[in-house]
Design a protein around this ligand. Structure first.
Ligand code: RAM
Length: 347
């Protein structure tokens, strides 16, 4: 599953192509006939990693917009730090409220499982999105193929630093399932680039202040760093802001990773960052909402091969469990943003 950068960049210049790829024209939900069989009046708890992260806010908005259009109620609830402990009260609140479904971005692969099992015992459907949990009987709504996210970020950096030099990763929470599985694939991909050496991985917890502190630590410990991959929108925007005000570092240092075009366009337009990747977080939320509504309506079960329509996003099929994960659905491939296209995006 290689990212076809050539195909993407051939399309990337036009706003129309971007809109097609990221479904921008269809973020709103049409009352498709496929939703007719869905129950109305469901209460769905959206539990993001935290309520402050702009990425999570956009994803939750995509989910709640879709749920409201389906006649359901969306409750967004989480803590303000990326820990499992901060999410557990929201799971308990969903149980108290007799919710039909929980859509959760896991801050930890296993620490949420006892609470989620309690929710399932109370008849609540569990869907994870963005960051998976390892608990049984849930569906994971993945933003893109996990291997492809990790490997393509390494390829993107390699092409910018001519496959050479010390590199580091500025991640989010050390327990975040999505971050760790992407990092695992980055390490696999790095074997193809023997002259690139991963010297450190630091964790900013998706908190701008912590991300800045660990970034500064990284830069002073490794003054010859050639590249940083930050697979988190909080990390990459913090690092871009820092490099923008410390431009001499850009002579030898390249930053890439996963970013929100709305946060990154300033830095791409002024040359601080050449390219980064992402998908449309609102579409991720919309897909998770339709998955939860279908599961709670019993129009599908968590089984490979089951199909449903996610409103304007079209049809999706549940993929079989792979090593370390349960059944999942994948939104689509990651998209590469550059100066040529970044201004066309509003998320
Ligand atoms: C951050 C979070 C989120 C991740 C994005 C790319 O906002 O860590 O989980 O998917 O970045």
């Amino acid at each position: 599953m290689k990212l076809s950068n050539r195909k993407i960049s051939a399309l990337a210049g036009t706003a129309l192509a971007a809109a097609m790829i990221l479904g921008l024209s269809g973020v709103g939900v049409s009352a498709a006939s496929a939703s007719a069989s869905l129950k109305k009046g469901l209460t769905v708890y959206l539990i993001p990693k935290d309520t402050l992260n702009p990425y999570e806010v956009i994803a939750d908005k995509g989910a709640s917009t879709a749920l409201k259009a389906l006649g359901d109620k969306a409750v967004i609830s989480s803590g303000t730090v990326d820990t499992a402990a901060a999410q557990i009260p929201s799971i308990q609140a969903a149980i108290q409220a007799h919710a039909s479904a929980i859509i959760i971005a896991g801050n930890d692969p296993s620490a949420l499982c006892p609470s989620l099992a309690q929710a399932q015992a109370a008849g609540i459907v569990v869907v994870s999105f963005d960051s998976d949990v390892t608990c049984p009987n849930h569906l994971f709504v993945n933003q893109a193929n996990t291997a492809q996210i990790g490997t393509s970020e390494v390829d993107l950096l390699a092409s910018e630093i001519h496959d050479t030099g010390q590199i580091a990763i500025l991640s989010a929470a050390a327990t975040a399932t999505n971050q760790n599985s992407w990092i695992k694939w980055m390490k696999v991909e790095l074997k193809k680039y023997p002259k690139m050496k991963l010297v450190s991985t630091v964790y900013g917890n998706d908190d701008p202040a912590t991300s800045l502190t660990v970034l500064q630590g990284l830069l002073s410990a490794y003054p010859h760093l050639a590249g940083i991959i930050s697979p988190t929108t909080v990390g990459i925007s913090t690092a871009a802001q820092y490099l923008d005000t410390h431009k001499s570092l850009l002579k030898t240092l390249t930053l890439t990773g996963l970013g929100l075009p709305s946060q990154m366009k300033k830095y791409v337009n002024d040359g601080t960052v050449k390219s980064f990747e992402l998908w449309n977080p609102a579409n991720l939320g919309q897909l998770a909402a339709y998955a939860a509504a279908n599961l709670a309506s019993k129009t599908i079960t968590v089984k490979a091969g089951e199909k449903f329509t996610a409103g304007s996003l079209g049809g999706y099929t549940i993929l079989p469990a792979a090593s370390g994960t349960g059944p999942s659905i994948v939104l689509g491939p990651p998209y590469v943003f550059t100066k040529a296209n970044v201004n066309s995006f509003n998320f």
